[in-house]
Each structure stands twice: as C-alpha cells, then as structure tokens.
Design a protein around this ligand. Structure first.
Ligand SMILES: [Mn+2]
Length: 316
C-alpha cells in the first residue's frame, strides 16, 4: 500500500454527518501517522467551489472529484459520481459506501478502530445512503439530523472533536422528539398541499418535519397519484429540485433538467434565471409539459391554417 502523503490541511463537507465524521476520522488518522494536529476546514458546496487550493498537500473528504483537485500529494476520499479520472491525485472512491466509511477503512488499515466507531460509522452509512431497509434507519436519521439542526462546528465544539461522544448523546432525545412530533404534522400538511406539475410529477411543499421522511412516507403510502414527487430548495443563487420515486422514474425526470443521481433519488439545479421556489414550480411545469404544448400549438397552427384555407375558399 502506498503511504499517504502528510497533509497540510484536511478539507471536508460541512453540510452533513458524513462530512463531520470523515473530517474527524481523517484528523485522527493524520495524528496517528504524523504525530501533529492537522487543521480541519469544512465547506458547503458553493463555498468549496470558490476555495483556492493553495496547499502543497491535502486530504479531501466527501466532495466530488473534479479536475482542479488532480494535484500531486492530494488524496480525495469520496463516494459521489464523478466522470474524472485522476492523473496525479489519489482517489479513494466507492459509490456504494459513505465517505465516512471509506475514511474509517483507512483508519482501520492503520489500527484505528473501536466498537464505538464501528457503530457510528454504520449509523452514518445508513443515514447517508438512505438505507431504509436497515433496522437502524430511524435512529440513523436522528444522528444525521444532529448536524442539520446544530451545525457542523457547534457539534464539533460540543464533542471536543471526539466524534464517539455523539453516540447516545442527550441531544438525540431532542431529535427523537422532533421526529415524533414534527413528522406526522408535516406529513399531514404536505399530503393536503401537493400541487400537480405534470400527470407524472407532483410538487410537495413542506412546512415542518424532515423533508426526506415526509416525501418518503407520501410515496410509501401512495398518498398521492404521482409516481414522482419533487421538492424545491433555495440555494445561494439558484433553486435545487429533488426528485423521489419508488420505481426508478425519478432519475428520468431529473435528467430532463440535466440532473442526475440514483434511480429513485435524483436532483437537478435549475437555471440561474429561476430565482425562487414559485418560479421553480413554473419552470418545472413548462419544461415537463412542453410536449403537450407543442402538440397543442401544432393543433393551433393547423387550426389557423384551416381557418386561412377556409377563408380563402370562401372568397369569391
Ligand atoms: Mn456523503
């Protein structure tokens, strides 16, 4: 096995538990290998895209591999779909595992493991890959929601970087209460407020509760007539559409918007001209109903053509 280069910095994804777990594990591994604390930096995607890559060497976790990361002594540990192949960087990549579990495998190769970490890595995997068949699915969601609710650095500070302290943490009780109280309310409200985008696609608005679980339950209980459900989120300067289904239709819809993902869980960034959720709904409607419209406009033009012919015939 080629030894890992000593990193000047560890870079990870700020948005979720997978990023937090990956960052903490890599920091520990770097300490074990090199005996020094390596700074940890976390970014949301939009800031990550802008970040200058000035370090000579870095370990990067839970960010899609892209050509700008293809640098000597850079290691990328990730599970997002990528089309790039590195020439200089080292890419540790598996789309079937979470980034946290890939980082943990590296730790294990260097003798860093414990039953507590085994458990945490498992829970993270279940949450990050949305493994709904797993008996720990609900609990795993509560762990993941800790990061969504309290944010990366607040939790990191509270745990003092000791990620194992997250196991059975008292704050999980808050997450369980939120799940029990908010989700049924959110589900009922969303169920009564699904809007038709096309005969195939319904738009789900959410006001309270875990969006993922609300949409999941709507599909599971066939609570609407639509095989594909879409939710819209505002990002910094764009609107993101998230498509969900049960029989593989979601990705087909996402692809119509140049998006991608998994068969039943896919997403797409809408064009910059779409500035808010309402414009997003309108844009989805227009794009998905375009066939009907062209058909209709063809009929319209035929109609007008006939009208012209008729008018001509009527002329003496
Ligand atoms: Mn991830």
């Amino acid at each position: 096995m080629t030894p890992l280069p000593k990193p000047d910095v560890i870079l990870t994804h700020e948005s979720d538990l997978d990023g937090l777990l990956s960052g903490c594990l890599l920091q520990r591994l770097a300490f074990k290998l090199f005996g020094t604390e390596t700074p940890l930096e976390a970014y949301h995607y939009n800031f990550w895209k802008q970040r200058e890559l000035r370090e000579r060497s870095a370990w990067v976790a839970d960010f899609t591999f892209e050509p700008r990361l293809d640098r000597e002594d850079w290691v990328i540990i990730d599970h997002h779909v990528t089309e790039g192949t590195p020439k200089k960087a080292r890419l540790i990549h598996d789309t079937n595992r979470s980034a946290g579990s890939l980082c943990y495998a590296l730790c294990q190769e260097h003798g860093l493991q414990s039953p507590a970490l085994d458990r945490l890595v498992h829970l993270n995997n279940v949450a990050d890959l949305f493994l709904e068949e797993d008996p720990d699915f609900e609990l795993a969601g509560d762990y993941a929601n800790l990061v969504k609710n309290y944010q990366f650095w607040n939790l990191h500070a509270l745990l003092g970087g000791q990620i194992e302290k997250m196991l059975d943490h008292p704050l999980l009780e808050v997450m369980a209460v939120k799940r029990r109280v908010e989700n049924p309310l959110g589900f009922e409200w969303s169920k009564g407020n699904v809007k038709e985008i096309s005969p195939q696609v319904g738009y789900v608005d959410t006001v309270v509760g875990n969006n993922n679980l609300v949409v999941h339950q709507l599909l599971e209980e066939r609570a609407t007539k639509f095989p594909v459900l879409v939710t819209l989120f505002r990002r910094v300067n764009s609107v993101f559409a998230s498509f969900r289904s049960r029989n593989g239709e979601a990705i087909k819809v996402a692809e119509k918007f140049q998006g991608g993902g998994h068969p039943n869980a896919a997403g797409a960034m809408l064009p910059k001209s779409v500035r808010n959720v309402n414009e997003g709904i309108e844009y989805l409607r227009q794009t998905l109903n375009i066939k009907k419209e062209t058909h209709q406009s063809r009929l319209n033009s035929l109609e007008s053509l006939f009208a012209v012919l008729e008018a001509e015939q009527k002329q003496p």
